[in-house]
Write a protein that binds this ligand. Structure first.
Ligand code: WQD
Length: 341
């Protein structure tokens, strides 16, 4: 019997890549999105990649409980993956209420509906909950630290909401928290990828937009950090590797392989890469020269964080396989596709 997965925010960068992998793994998928933070490029690309014109699309806002209840009444939802949230760190500092209202209300509604329906819940969390870790790599047991932005705080709060609700449900509700590190790249088909609105906050879309000529110059925020080359270290994970981790997690839930009612997994490569290393790798693998300069540090940036992905590797059987060079190539192919090249 085919299982059905609801992907909230399924038209977005991560949601669209996860939808492709779920469909290709044999799941039925319902995509729900209010298109407040993306256009239909992702959804149309998913249909082209999978060859499926019949992927249900529900245009709705997860802050609207009536719409959420109608959605859960319309489909046999075995599991829900919740991506629908605002995610711009800087914007969250300027507009905290917008972030708390949207990110918390939408998750509370999904959780309440899932509990009633008996659906498993997978929450899209983030390494941002670790703040500036005292030691690296971080494991799932590494203590979380106060978030450095309202965006990050909504991730921490949603983790606690899931944990407490699962605990009180005494086995009726189960869920998994996936803590992503830095998702980058695009699908090898170059039909879906990252589509930041306005000026990109994140590094890789800014690199590709600079390389294609949409941006004048990449600023590297700080080269005076206590790291080998002075720039920050991150765990950059290929978006398709990240998407596949969701298929493993959903399988673990719906096939009854969970060992606790609420589980947490780091989804990273375990490989620290500096900003400068990423820039140099991008130039080398794509044969382009990038116009960049060093600039002052960006407030709130963490010096170094990368994952110890052992638990996801051993418990879920999932492992990142793509090299950072392959990922940077996919990011560049996507940017060229967007430019019609
Ligand atoms: C990475 C490195 C910057 C842009 C955030 C969120 C995380 C996740 C991913 C949302 C840093 C440097 C960046 C630029 C630069 N969530 N940089 N010039 O801050 O690690 O993580 O995005 O999707 O939850 O916290 O990612 O890509 O913004 O920055 O030098 O123009 O690149 O200083 O060292 P970050 P990032």
């Amino acid at each position: 019997m085919k299982k059905t997965v609801l992907v909230s925010g399924g038209a977005g960068f991560i949601g669209s890549h996860v939808t492709v992998e779920l469909i290709q793994a044999g799941y039925d998928v319902v995509v729900a999105d209010n298109f407040s933070n993306c256009d239909r490029t992702g959804y149309e690309g998913v249909k082209k990649i999978t060859g499926r014109e019949d992927i249900p699309l529900e245009v709705m806002d997860f802050c609207d409980m009536k719409a959420v209840e109608a959605l859960f009444g319309k489909y046999p939802i075995d599991a829900v993956i919740h991506f629908a949230a605002y995610k711009a760190v800087g914007e969250s500092v300027a507009q905290p209420l917008k972030y708390y209202k949207n990110n918390l209300s939408s998750f509370l509604n999904v959780l309440e509906a899932a509990q009633k329906k008996g659906s498993f819940v997978l929450f899209s969390s983030s390494a941002t909950v670790y703040g500036e870790p005292d030691s690296v790599p971080v494991t799932e047991a590494t203590p979380r630290k106060p978030a450095t932005s309202p965006y990050g705080n909504t991730k921490t709060i949603c983790e606690d909401i899931l944990h407490d609700t699962v605990k009180a449900s005494e086995g009726r509700l189960k869920g998994i928290l996936l803590r992503y590190f830095n998702p980058i790249g695009a699908h090898p088909s170059a039909l879906i990828g990252e589509l930041p609105r306005g000026v990109p906050n994140n590094l890789v879309p800014f690199i590709t937009q600079t390389a294609i000529g949409k941006r004048e110059c990449l600023r590297i925020f700080g080269n005076d950090y206590p790291t080998p080359d002075g720039t920050c270290l991150r765990d950059y994970i290929d978006i398709v590797d990240l998407a596949k981790a969701h298929v493993y997690a959903v399988g673990r839930m719906v096939e009854g392989r969970m060992k606790q009612d609420c589980e947490v997994f780091n989804v990273g490569t375990g490989r620290p890469v500096s900003v400068l290393e990423l820039v140099n790798a991008f130039e080398k693998v794509n044969g382009v020269k990038l116009n960049y300069k060093f600039a002052p540090r960006r407030a709130g940036d963490v010096t170094a964080i990368w994952a110890d992905p052992t638990l996801a590797n051993t418990e879920m059987g999932w492992k990142a396989t793509r090299t950072v060079e392959q990922t940077l190539k996919s990011a560049w192919e996507w940017e060229k596709h967007l430019a019609g090249k």
